[in-house]
Design a binder for this molecule. Structure first.
Ligand code: C2G
Length: 435
């Protein structure tokens, strides 16, 4: 019996895939098909896959061509599989010509002709959304750069609503008014100063546009609730943009904690500081430590301990005339504490520690974009490092999820509405008193 093996993502299974699977089957008597997992695809730079692993496996199985279907999870697995299944022929489409020649040591390698004129990318791009940007925040650069990697989203134009501080010369197509921006685009990215976000978001939603906005959406609980309910009533997607939530390492860390690897969580200590944009903030008064760092700092606390803290206290300090340039926030929960230090005029070790009854998790500085963390125990030999690659500091995955939510009319489950509301209401408590 001649055993043949082939691999693929098979996102939105199409005629090209089907032709290839038939040709592969014709090479022998028994066809084995490896379907890539989400994790493996992200690691090999394929971030736009829309269907889940189960959906893709089911679709391949339903064709009835393959005798066996299984997940492909890691680099190097092909060698293992070939040995494990006793494979005679490895095959893929001619787009991979030469790439898998290293497998010739283990079996015959055949590159089959590819079907021209059809691809998963084409199917995913068949509905592409035009992206308009409003604001002057430094994050715009990274955001527009990373949007290029996302199928179904196409940067279109920008409205600078005030004098720009940074060199945005790489960003083309400036428009003269927010109304023009709304007319030309399907989705709006709001990166203005915090106090202007509410009115931009509100107007965009009223015009039927999906919105992704820097966080916090507002410093007023009523306003944030209003935006969330307007979006929901109009079946529009509103994303409270906190990139860290989409970092693979951060989302895996949350799952690990929920599965009990460090026991019961008793304390969370997070520090977020940077001097990088101090000059900008001093000159433009664009933000302070609370608006700059508050949402990301609060994210692990609310994700792990929930949004219903028992007590909340804080201290804020002025530096160089910036109100709230350094702040410390303390939360008390039933049986747990959390503390947060946020600074734009102070530099400190910006790490994250989550302490539990069995051990703790350490995420090194700068933890909000770290691809690495460690689970540590009393007995050091039990310590375990974790590494998860995420290109684009979470922005790419965030945009992919944003587009998927628009297409599937589903909710953002990385930053849920109760977290968005709790971020606003917590920052509001400080702002009300500090005004
Ligand atoms: N294919 C094809 N014709 C097309 C599109 C795809 O023959 N028009 C083939 C590809 O060459 C591949 C298979 O269909 O052999 C699956 O394609 P994808 O789902 O795009 O998967 P791919 O990224 O090519 O993964 O470990 C994974 C493998 O390396 C291949």
């Amino acid at each position: 019996m001649t055993k043949v093996i082939t691999y693929g993502t098979y996102d939105h299974l199409h005629q090209g895939h089907i032709n290839l699977l038939k040709r592969a089957k014709d090479l022998g008597d028994y066809l084995i098909v490896g379907v890539t997992t989400e994790n493996f695809d992200v690691n090999r730079g394929k971030i736009n896959v829309e269907q889940s692993l189960m959906e893709r496996i089911e679709a391949v199985k339903a064709l009835g061509i393959a005798d066996e279907v299984f997940p492909e999870e890691y680099f190097g697995q092909k060698i293992d599989d070939i040995k494990r299944f006793g494979v005679d022929i490895f095959t893929v489409g001619s787009d991979w010509e030469g790439h898998f020649d290293y497998l010739k040591e283990y079996c015959q390698v055949v590159y089959l002709p590819r079907t021209e004129g059809i691809s998963s990318t084409q199917i995913r791009e068949s509905q592409s959304y035009k992206l308009g940007v409003v604001g002057t925040d430094i994050t715009i650069k990274k955001f527009v750069d990373n949007s290029k990697y996302v199928n179904g989203l196409e940067y279109n134009s920008i409205f600078f609503d005030e004098d720009v501080y940074f060199d945005f010369s790489n960003i083309s197509n400036k428009v003269d008014s927010y109304d023009d921006l709304l007319k030309m685009n399907d989705v709006i990215y709001v990166a203005s100063r915090p106090e202007k976000r509410f009115s931009y978001i509100k107007k965009a939603l009223e015009k039927g546009k999906h919105v992704i906005s820097e966080s916090p959406l507002s410093f007023n609980s009523k306003e944030t609730k209003e935006l969330i309910s307007t979006a929901s009533n109009k079946n529009l997607i509103l994303f409270d943009s906190i990139k860290t939530a989409f970092l693979l390492s951060f989302s895996r860390l949350i799952l690990l904690i929920k599965s009990g690897v460090i026991g019961e969580v008793k304390a969370i200590d997070a520090t977020c500081t940077s001097l990088e944009y101090k000059d900008w903030i001093l000159k433009t008064r664009f933000s302070d430590s609370l608006s700059q760092w508050g949402p990301v700092g609060l994210l692990p606390i609310f994700k792990i301990l929930g949004t219903k803290y028992k007590t909340f206290s804080y201290d804020v300090y002025e530096i160089d005339g910036i109100r709230n340039a350094y702040s410390r926030l303390n939360f008390e929960y039933d049986g747990a504490f959390a503390s947060l230090a946020l600074g734009i005029g102070v530099k400190s070790e910006s790490d994250l520690r989550i302490s539990g009854t069995d051990g703790y998790i350490y995420v090194p500085s700068p933890w909000w974009k770290s691809e690495y963390f460690e689970v540590r125990y009393e007995n050091r030999s039990d310590n375990k490092p974790y590494f998860y690659q995420s290109d684009g500091e979470g922005i790419r995955m965030e945009l992919v999820h944003f587009i998927n939510c628009i297409k599937k009319q589903s909710k953002n489950y990385y930053v849920e509405d109760d977290i968005t509301n709790a971020i606003t209401s917590t920052l509001e408590k400080i702002n009300n008193i500090e005004k």
